[in-house]
Design a protein around this ligand. Structure first.
Ligand code: DC
Length: 216
């Protein structure tokens, strides 16, 4: 069984998807982390970010593992590193290339085979798992999303100007919604939840209620 979740940055997706997976006692895959790890690898290897062919090759050989709630790249724990603003600044171009995305979609399908999974990202309900049993689209207004991201970074000790963060978030939103392949869209059969004025637990509760009622 796959529970597919899409939504923009700051919609609460990651926190909610993790909690939902815990409640359902299934595994969890953050596909954003796979693109973030690829971006880190590209920066570490000084790959030209305009060279989509080399980036796709890098993706083919991406040595990524998820263990004990941590992300490992080439055997090294990169969980904190992949959340840094430098990754946010460079990721949009990398995730825009169709040849990179097709490799990454295969990787994501492989990572979530042989078990029940909650999988979250931008194109999970539409491209990665269009036949998922349950589909959700989480949203929140842009101001709430920027505040959440700001708080998340502050908690990690990362200082960033709020205006700059809002600008970057809007830029990423635009790029996510307007790319040619794997764009962020609301799947016609997804349940849409606006999380702006809901607590994490309220959202998870809504999702579980939906899963239980449609399983009956
Ligand atoms: O969810 P996130 O903020 O960690 O995602 C990081 C970037 O990766 C974001 O700009 C969108 C992109 N992404 C994507 O294009 N497709 C996915 N399935 C997941 C993330």
């Amino acid at each position: 069984m796959i529970v597919a979740i899409d939504g923009p940055a700051g919609s609460g997706k990651t926190t909610i998807a993790k909690l939902l997976a815990k409640h359902l006692a299934v595994s969890y895959l953050d596909t954003g982390a796979t693109y973030r790890a690829l971006t880190l690898k590209a920066l570490e290897t000084n790959t030209d970010l305009k060279d989509s062919k080399t980036l796709a090759q890098l993706a083919e050989h991406l040595n990524i593992e998820f263990k004990d709630k941590k992300t490992y790249l080439d055997g090294k724990d990169v969980s904190a590193e992949i959340r840094m603003p430098i990754i946010d600044k460079n990721i949009s171009i990398i995730v825009s290339y169709p040849e990179v995305r097709s490799v990454m979609v295969e990787l994501q399908r492989n990572l979530s085979k042989n078990a029940d999974f909650v999988v979250e990202g931008r194109d999970i309900t539409t491209v990665v798992f269009p036949d998922a049993k349950f589909k959700f689209y989480l949203d929140a207004n842009p101001e709430v999303r920027a505040q959440r991201r700001f708080k998340e970074l502050a908690e990690k000790g990362v200082k960033i100007d709020f205006k700059e963060l809002t600008k970057d978030l809007n830029k990423r939103d635009d790029a996510d919604k307007n790319r040619k392949v794997g764009a962020l869209t609301i799947s016609h059969d997804a349940i849409v939840i606006d999380t702006s004025n809901l607590t994490i637990d309220e959202v998870v509760h809504k999702m579980i209620s939906h899963i239980i009622s449609s399983n009956q």
